[in-house]
Design a protein around this ligand. Structure first.
Ligand SMILES: Nc1ncnc2c1ncn2[C@@H]1O[C@H](COP(=O)(O)OP(=O)(O)OP(=O)(O)O)[C@@H](O)[C@H]1O
Length: 114
């Protein structure tokens, strides 16, 4: 049980690290708050909440993985390396894809309610 709770502490430390060091993670957290506030304001349906929750999760998870890939890349390749650059660009591209997906879903749900 102690080990299980310790795992949570490590996970929360990771979230804290991402939040305090990554501007993008803070921006996505702010976007999460806005999406939840809009969902409450417009009384969206349970299935619309599922889509919003999925968007929030996929964007935040990808941002967290992007952060850890960046750290790992800097560790493995501290100097300039074309491949290191590609790795970081691809990882950032993954975040962009999820963000575009979230904006499209939010548009489909919220624009008709305006
Ligand atoms: N070691 C490297 N070798 C080659 N290009 C790199 C390297 N590190 C970074 N780059 C290039 O610079 C871009 C920005 O890298 P950087 O590490 O600053 O990431 P970031 O997205 O600005 O994240 P953060 O601000 O959190 O560090 C990368 O996407 C990549 O194109």
């Amino acid at each position: 049980m102690k080990k299980f709770l310790k795992g949570f502490t490590f996970a929360f430390n990771g979230l804290k690290y991402a939040f305090t060091t990554q501007v993008n993670f803070r921006v996505h957290t702010f976007a999460t708050i806005v999406a939840v506030a809009l969902g409450i304001y417009f009384h969206i349906s349970p299935s619309e909440w599922c889509w919003i929750a999925a968007c929030i999760a996929v964007v935040l998870i990808t941002e967290l993985l992007n952060t850890s890939i960046e750290i790992l890349t800097d560790m493995v390749s501290p100097g300039y390396n074309v491949k290191a650059g590609h790795i970081k660009d691809i990882s950032a591209g993954a975040v962009l894809v999820t963000a575009i997906f979230a904006v499209i879903v939010a548009g489909i749900i919220f624009i008709p309610k305006l």
